[in-house]
Design a protein. Structure first.
Length: 306
């Protein structure tokens, strides 16, 4: 069997940019195919310069836009002792262990296949890779979480089903780590490492099946519909099918836009100067557009995507 190496502290040269949303879209600089070296993602290697090939940006399934990351079965290698097949990305700056939230959407194709783990890690005083949080879609259909720096894992008592999307959210505080599934709290552990988060990875142990990861959010801003002042910015047409137009008062210059769905999830976040944006990729629903001018003043309005 070819030897593979765990993704972790040795990959700190890669970084996660300041963006707080990763949905693997072309607007974020991604393209379909091998994720390695796209926006500084790394994948599992054998220590001799050979990298697994099929950890890819895929258009097969998504929750935001059209793409997602496919944490795929690797036919060239056998089953592994623990989850090791996948991709990793480090944060440009460590995230505070006293107040950090990470969320992402997960879709696993089969039970009785691989164990899929989604984790964030820190570096301890010995410069060792140490888990900060770790949640596993276990092959038995159980959701499990790590409860110690030694990777001790326990069942949460919650189960998952194949071929459906789940939203996972992890809230890290100074004393606790809270795990949420579809916004429902499912398990709490002590903050056993109390290390800042320096990176994240998505891995499996290569028995069978694939997982898709989408809509990764770092410290997402929860923006409720009730906070919208619809009179501050004009949007048209509304409802919109493809291109949405908007204008700021007094001819102010546009510098940045973001779009949230009504659950508060960021679906688009980018710098822009034009007053038109193509929304063909958005799913039907109600959204909130926030436009920021060149002086940092923001305006918001609600619109409907047909």
């Amino acid at each position: 069997m070819k030897k593979l190496y765990f993704l972790g502290a040795a990959l700190l040269c890669t970084t996660l940019s300041a963006q707080n949303l990763i949905s693997f879209e072309t607007s974020e600089g991604y393209q379909l195919g091998d994720i390695r070296n796209q926006n500084s993602w790394s994948v599992t290697d054998d220590g001799e310069g050979n990298f697994i090939q099929n950890q890819v940006v895929s258009s097969e399934k998504s929750t935001v836009g059209t793409n997602s990351f496919k944490n795929a079965y690797e036919a060239e290698y056998g089953a592994q002792f623990y989850p090791i097949i996948g991709a990793q990305k480090s944060f440009d700056q460590p995230l505070d262990f006293q107040d950090t939230t990470v969320s992402f959407d997960v879709y696993v194709t089969e039970i009785d296949g691989s164990n899929f783990e989604m984790a964030a890690y820190g570096i301890d005083s010995n410069e060792d890779f140490t888990p900060v949080y770790d949640i596993a879609f276990d092959y038995t259909g159980s959701l499990n979480v790590v409860t110690s720096v030694d990777f001790d894992m326990v069942e949460t008592g919650v189960t998952w089903q194949p071929n459906q999307w789940y939203n996972v959210k992890v809230k890290v505080s100074a004393t606790e780590i809270k795990y949420f599934l579809n916004n429902a709290l499912i398990f709490t552990t002590p903050n056993f490492s109390q290390l800042n988060l320096v990176g994240m990875n998505f891995l499996h142990d290569n028995y069978s099946g694939d997982a898709y990861i989408d809509n990764i959010q770092i410290n997402p801003t929860n923006m409720a519909v009730s906070s919208v002042n619809k009179e501050k910015i004009a949007v048209y047409p509304n409802p919109v099918k493809n291109s949405l137009n908007f204008s700021l008062p007094n001819g102010e210059k546009i510098s940045h836009i973001s779009i949230h769905n009504i659950a508060g999830q960021t679906v688009l976040d980018k710098n822009i100067s034009d007053a038109t944006i193509n929304l063909e990729h958005l799913k039907t629903g109600t959204y909130i557009l926030t436009v920021t001018n060149s002086k940092g003043v923001s305006y918001s309005s609600k619109f409907i995507k047909e």
